[in-house]
Design a protein around this ligand. Structure first.
Ligand SMILES: CSCC[C@H](N)C(=O)N1CCC[C@H]1C(=O)O
Length: 348
């Protein structure tokens, strides 16, 4: 089934005859238009209309097969008003601001119904082309990491490591997927410790979490590397996180839930006395957004299916001491899993 066919089935289940799609990644997924932030899509039973403005006339024609209306609000809303009169129209509660909802209410003679996750659910399972883009983004990130790895040593600033990674990604034709995390020594206790001016020191563990964006699709990987000889405590923490990560990756297969995988990794870290130190969820889906479904968190009932791409990224964070995170990008296959991130992990 195409994206639109799947979406129309979901709309039927949600009881709406039309859907106003406004989330940028959702607009892109439904229309193919790569500037989703400057577009909206109205999905109807027999048509789907991409609304964007005159800056994108040529681009929209090149990228999208949908019916196109080049207009700016309020003309956009006026055009759509004719098409939605008397319908129950879903809007994306997670993406539409209150101000824009008021605009729709002012222009449309239709029942507006909040919906959640209709397009996101269709986006969960990646097409072969999407998997190819994610695979390509990760392969490129692996190559860049290998180039930059020798410069991660004592005396180098975290932000110089980040800059080298960013430059490598850009040179290779990708975008930087998100702010590069380089967290060394005690800064490693911050799960989102974006690179700072701190100078890496002998004995530091350095957590590096970065990703490429290629043709709109993300990669995501974390490696924690040792500079010199870290303390015995840090090496113990590293090995506990590695054990949890490898066990969770090995358990990835169709049918398992995000909650099962989180519980497996969390249980291992708890047995090492690091349950409290694992301050976030095990992982998340990756695609047009760096964070998307399914969720690999405590209690998640999201079921993994072939074609889903997730991260597995347990961590342990000890304020004042440091931290460790190890993350792989994993494709769920018919029979199990394939690890897309190929950068070797350190054995300490
Ligand atoms: C700001 S994007 C961060 C990407 C990273 N790999 C990631 O997803 N996480 C790092 C800490 C936990 C997890 C998160 O939930 O943000």
């Amino acid at each position: 089934m195409t994206v639109l066919e799947q979406l129309r089935a979901a709309m039927g289940q949600a009881g709406v005859g039309a859907l106003w799609v406004s989330g940028p990644a959702n607009v892109r997924a439904v229309s193919g238009f790569t500037s989703g932030g400057d577009g909206k899509v109205l999905v109807l039973e027999g048509d789907a209309i991409l609304y964007t403005d005159a800056r994108y006339t040529v681009q929209a024609r090149e990228e999208s097969a949908l019916t196109q209306v080049i207009a700016r609000p309020p003309e956009t809303y006026q055009d759509a008003a004719e098409r939605v009169r008397g319908l129950r129209v879903g809007f994306e509660a997670e993406h539409l601001t209150v101000a824009r909802l008021e605009d729709l209410r002012a222009h449309w003679d239709a029942e507006l119904v909040p919906t959640r996750g209709l397009v996101e659910r269709v986006r969960l399972v990646k097409s072969p082309g999407e998997v190819q883009a994610i695979r390509g983004a990760q392969a490129l990130a692996d190559r860049v990491f290998a180039e930059v790895r020798p410069m991660i040593r004592a005396g180098v600033r975290e932000l110089d490591v980040a800059l080298a990674l960013e430059l490598g990604l850009r040179r290779a034709g990708a975008e930087v997927g998100f702010d590069v995390i380089v967290a060394s020594g005690p800064r490693g206790a911050m799960p989102h410790g974006v690179a700072s001016e701190k100078v890496i020191e002998d004995g530091d563990l350095v957590t590096i979490d970065f990703g490429a964006r290629l043709r709109g699709y993300h990669s995501d990987m974390t490696r924690t590397v040792a500079v010199g000889t870290p303390s015995e405590e840090l090496r113990r923490v590293y090995n506990a996180v590695l054990e949890a990560e490898e066990a969770a990756v090995a358990a990835v297969r169709p049918g398992v839930t995000g909650g099962d995988l989180d519980a497996l990794a969390r249980g291992i870290l708890e047995r090492h006395g690091l349950g409290e130190a694992f301050a976030h969820s095990l992982g998340h889906g990756v695609g047009l957004n760096i964070h998307e479904g399914p969720s690999l968190r405590k209690g998640s009932e999201d079921v993994l299916e072939p074609g889903v791409v997730v991260t597995v990224e347990p961590g342990a964070y000890l304020p004042g001491v440091g931290g460790v995170r190890i993350e792989d990008l994993v494709l769920v296959t018919e029979t199990g899993y394939e690890v897309l991130s190929r950068t070797p992990k350190e054995r300490l």
